[in-house]
Each structure stands twice: as C-alpha cells, then as structure tokens.
Design a protein around this ligand. Structure first.
Ligand code: PLP
Length: 398
C-alpha cells in the first residue's frame, strides 16, 4: 500500500458504504439521538428493520431473559425458541416449515438452493433456472447478486453465477417468455424496495402465479423488505391474495437482531434433509427469541389493525403535499414502504431533511426518496413528519 493511500484512510472499516456524517448513540421508539444529543425522527427504521421502533420493550425483556440463560447452541440440539418461532410463523401464514439463517441474502440463498433441489431431487427433473426481474434486489452474496436484476450491483464480480434470467417487471407482454423448459422457479419482490419503490400490479402478479402453478414452477416471494407488517399485513402476499410456495424473510423479523428465514410449503420443504443445508448461527437462541417476541407483539396486539389507519393518514398527508409542489412527480409504494419520486436528486432532499429538519429518510435510486416509518409511529409523529416534509419542499416553515 502506498503511503499516500494510507494517509487518506480515516477508518479501518472497508468503505462499502457512503456513510452519513452523524453517529447515533441511542434510539427509542421513532426517535434516535446523535453523539451531540440531537434528536432525529427516524423514518428509516434501520432500512425496514426496526418495525416496532427502536428498543421495543417487549422484545428487550425477552432478549434480556434469554441472555441470562443461553447465548448459543448448535443446531445439533433442539432450540426451544427456534421451534416456537417456526410454529408461530406457520400459524400466521400459509406455509408449513421454516429454515432459519442470519440475513436476507442468506434467506434468498436458501430459497435458491431449495428451488433447485426441489426440481432435481423431488421432481427428478433437470430444471435449474430461476427467473428474476429488472431493478430487483435480492442481496450481496454471489448467488443473490446474480439473482439481482441490476448491473451496478454485479459490476466487477463476473463471472456471475449461472442459472438466472431477467425479465422486465410489471410487463404483461414479457410473460409470454416467463417459463422455459429449464425454469424451476420465479423469484420476485411484490414492491421492489432498493430498485425504486415500485409496486407490482395486482393482475400482473396473479398472471405470474397462474403461469407458474400451471407449469409446476415455484413462486418465491422475497418478503425481506415487504414483510413483518411493512405493507400493513404481516406479509405482502396477503394483500395480493396469492399463495407462494416459498417466501424469504429477514430485516423486520428480529427487530434489529440478525435473523433470516425461508418459509415453505411441505412439498418444497421436503427437498431439505439432514446434510443438505445448514448454518452455525441460524436459529440462534437470542435471535429467535427476538423474532418470537417481535411476531407476538405484532400478532397478539392491535398493532396491524391500527397501522392501517396510520398508513391511510400518512398517504393522504403525502398526497396533499404532492398537490402543493411541482417538485414531486409521483408517490408510490404500499403501506409504510413509500417512495416519493422527485425531479431533482433524492440524496439532496435526504441530506437537507437530516441537517435542517432532523428527519431521517432514505433514497431508493437517484430520484426516489424512500420513507419507512416504524409501524408503532403515532399520528402525532406523522403530523410532525408531514410538517418537516412541507418545510423540506419549502411549502411552509415547520
Ligand atoms: C435488504 C434486502 C435483501 C438483503 O438482505 P441482507 O440482510 O442485507 O442480506 C434482500 N432482498 C430484499 C428485498 C431486501 O430489501
């Protein structure tokens, strides 16, 4: 390494992220605090992860209990919290079995592996191809970046893993080429998150599912960003009234503890047998305790009923905001996964929101502002956020 490069290094952490110039030290509910005690209204939820807000009381108590008992236990032994979380996930969905891992990319890896193995071992076919869509995002491992339909994510990592084919999203005509003899599965997000907050059309999705069912091709829905209440129902597939064969879950599942999972129907789950897949940390006692309490908090309270009213309230506020400025071109998404397409650069709005209005929001591509409030946010906080956004778009001062 030349001294000149060494001089420039201010951190020993590899620079895989362009980091915002604030450091957060504390979070509670919808708020986070910087080193200088400055409070920010956090409408990023750690990128759709802290869906119950920061440090939710119920999850905290359960995790604290678990920390006093057992931190890690290999998957060679039964882990009670893992069993309970699997039971609860099955109870609240159309699926039968669960595999646990540690992240979203790993969940999609498991989904890709199980789809191939289902085709090859259960159906005794030589099918292997998985169809995904342009602008999709499925993760950063070699297989999941190969599944991702964005060249910027793939640049420099050639050769990609073979076995993926990409089609235009929401394109009815492209469906004529959806399934080829070698196709074993279709993998898609119901709202493309990283790709620009683009919701799939209802009839288009239904047609994709119909074609897959007709041809014994698996439907895998990536619910990593849309799941755990983000769109108003526990999972977005409920809103689309479809029954996937497999879904991948992560982000919101552990309220901030690293956990991922795939949920599958019995006939697919059968493809995994002892030795076919595994993970040292997957289903870890602390992470599954966090997951179990997160799910309980969502399902055993009125949270998901109440969130629909909050979603409607924020959307109507945003729509009237859009009517007051020509800078906003479109508001789209589903539930609390919202994209605001702007004329200018989205990052400039995000910077200004943080610096001038103490509101944390995200981008999703060059011209889309992404807003991901925690499901627990209050109407009062939504009013505050709307006020900050009005100031951001210079409609009123807040
Ligand atoms: C975040 C995300 C992933 C990747 O999850 P990681 O936990 O970062 O590996 C995959 N798919 C979607 C839709 C995501 O939003």
């Amino acid at each position: 390494m030349s001294d000149r490069i060494a001089d420039k290094i201010t951190t020993r952490v590899m620079s895989t992220y362009n980091r915002f110039p604030i450091t957060l030290k504390k979070g509670k509910g919808s708020y986070v605090w910087g080193q200088d005690d400055q409070a920010y209204l956090d409408y990023t939820s750690g990128i759709a992860t802290c869906n119950l807000g920061h440090v939710p009381t119920t999850v905290k108590a359960a995790v604290e209990n678990q920390l006093n008992e057992l931190w890690h236990c290999s998957n060679l032994y039964t882990i009670p919290s893992q069993e309970k979380l699997a039971n609860q996930l099955v109870e609240h969905t159309v699926f039968d079995q669960v595999f646990f891992c540690n992240s979203g990319a790993e969940a999609n890896e498991a989904a890709i592996k199980i789809a191939r193995r289902y085709a090859q071992e259960i159906n005794q076919s030589d099918k292997y191809e998985i169809v995904t869509f342009n602008q999709s995002f499925h993760g950063r491992t070699l297989a999941t970046l190969s599944a991702t339909g964005q060249t910027k994510i793939q640049a420099g990592f050639q050769p990609l893993m073979p076995g993926f084919r990409y089609l235009p999203y929401n394109d009815k005509d492209a469906l004529a080429d959806l399934i080829r003899p070698e196709t074993c599965a279709v993998l898609l997000e119901l709202v493309q998150g990283e790709g620009g907050v683009i919701p799939a059309g209802l009839t288009w999705v239904k047609e994709v599912v119909r074609l897959c069912k007709e041809n014994n091709v698996l439907v895998i829905i990536d619910e990593i960003q849309t799941g755990m209440g983000r769109t108003g129902s526990l999972f977005a597939y409920e809103k689309y009234q479809i029954e996937p064969d497999v879904i991948s879950v992560a982000k919101g599942l552990g309220s901030g503890f690293p956990i991922g999972a795939i949920l599958a129907k019995n006939y697919v789950a059968e493809a995994f047998q002892p030795g076919s897949h595994g993970s040292t940390f997957g289903g870890n006692p602390v992470a599954t305790t966090a997951g179990l309490e997160t799910l309980r908090t969502m399902m055993d309270t009125d949270l998901l009923t109440e969130v629909e009213a909050k979603i409607a309230y924020l959307w109507s506020g945003l729509e009237s905001l859009a009517n007051k400025t020509s800078e906003i071109k479109e508001i789209r998404g589903k539930g609390f996964l919202i994209g605001i397409e702007v004329e200018g650069k989205a990052i400039d709005y995000v910077t200004k929101a943080r610096e001038n209005h103490q509101l944390l929001i995200l981008v999703a591509g060059d011209h889309v502002i992404r807003i991901l409030p925690p499901l627990t946010t209050t109407i009062e906080e939504i009013d505050r956020a709307l006020c900050k956004l009005e100031a951001l778009f210079e409609i009123t001062s807040c």
